[in-house]
Design a protein around this ligand. Structure first.
Ligand code: PLP
Length: 349
């Protein structure tokens, strides 16, 4: 019989989950890219989990929306960057549930590129039937949440039953439970296949994917180094964020004190010039993954994470010959929005 995440972490059953994606997602070898780098490389294909182009936010939404279903909501509200994958997947989940989605898009990456402003996830939000509003700031989490709450109040006054997904640090990180689950799923797969990695490399943005995976791994006694690659904020503030989020998540599965400071490993060496902006390493990662393995990576999250992985190998933080599992968290639709940015980025930048 197959081992389920709940067999390994029964405390997950304390939380209501709805099923939105396929699991387990496959783990694929990346032999040519691995050989190019001098390591054994695999990828866990969370980009292939089924819902509207897939991605890590499918797992997160399964736990964010559980309480919403319990509260008998009929409308979901969320805020995110213009090309947010989370927003697109929330619109998709709402369509599946028969709810209305209200999505608020923040100006986080200044760009007048029409592809960035209209294509990729924005095109999909429209196609999925979401109602869209805009928020002028990109780095004001509390302000964006407040604007969303005001919209929820208006909707309530019009007889809707709104459910707001709050992503700020003041709200519980339900989405991280999805990655506690993913860690257990991954562990069970690697035990069955015998392909046990020495390192996991994962993106670290809001931090719920990273913190969730870390808490899940430690909850089952899996002591593997989990290297978070900073995709949004610098290492210093990201360490505090992962500390807070992993402590909250550990408490949410009744396992406080699970994570120590040494468990939190982060690199921000490929973050410059900042969130969602191209650099040489990101461009190299996009091209290498596409041309050696037909793996598509987006510039904001997954290519930056692969670039971080390549940097870790080149600087010997991950020694040559190591076995490495790269968590592919999706984001493919953003490739189209970034087409100009990728094609026009040259080595002279
Ligand atoms: C494709 C993709 N990968 C990674 C991340 C980062 O995940 P987290 O916000 O859980 O750190 C995001 C966040 O939006 C994403 O869309």
């Amino acid at each position: 019989m197959k081992t389920t995440p709940e067999d390994l972490i029964p405390e997950l059953k304390q939380h209501r989950r709805i099923i939105l994606g396929h699991e387990p997602t496959p783990i694929d070898p990346l032999p040519k890219l691995g050989q190019d780098l001098g390591i054994t490389l695999w990828t866990k294909r969370d980009d292939c989990n089924g819902l509207a182009f897939g991605g890590n936010k499918v797992r997160q939404l399964e736990y964010y929306l559980g309480p919403g279903v319990e509260a008998n909501a009929d409308t979901v509200l969320i805020t995110g960057a213009l090309q947010s994958n989370f927003v697109r997947l929330t619109a998709a989940a709402a369509a599946k549930l028969g709810w209305q989605a209200h999505v608020q898009l923040e100006e986080r990456v200044p760009s007048h590129d029409q592809l960035y402003r209209k294509s990729g996830n924005i095109f999909l939000n429209n196609l999925l039937g979401a109602e869209i509003s805009y928020f002028p700031e990109g780095e004001d989490e509390a302000g964006a949440d407040k604007a969303l709450d005001e919209r929820a109040k208006e909707l309530k006054n019009h007889g809707r039953r709104p459910y707001v997904i709050h992503l700020g640090l003041g709200s519980l990180p339900y989405g991280g439970l999805g990655y506690i689950r993913a860690a257990a799923e991954t562990y069970a797969q690697t035990i069955t296949s015998g392909d046990k990695p020495d390192y996991i490399v994962i993106p670290s943005g809001s931090g719920l994917t990273h913190a969730g995976f870390l808490v899940g791994a430690r909850a089952i006694g899996w002591d593997i180094p989990i290297i978070g690659i900073c995709v949004r904020r610098g290492k210093k503030s990201q360490i505090d964020r992962i500390k807070q989020r992993s402590s909250e998540l550990a408490q949410m599965i009744s396992r406080p004190d699970l994570i120590s400071d040494q468990d939190i490993i982060l690199s921000d060496k490929v973050l410059a010039p900042g969130y969602g902006k191209m650099n040489h390493q990101v461009k190299e990662a996009i091209e290498k993954a596409a041309q050696l393995e037909a793996i598509l990576l987006d510039p904001v999250y997954t290519a930056r994470t692969m670039a971080g992985l390549i940097d870790q190998v080149r600087t010997n933080a991950i020694p040559l010959g190591s076995k490495v599992l790269f968590i592919h968290t999706g984001g493919n639709p953003a490739l189209f929005a970034y087409q100009n940015a990728i094609e026009n980025f040259s080595r002279d930048n």
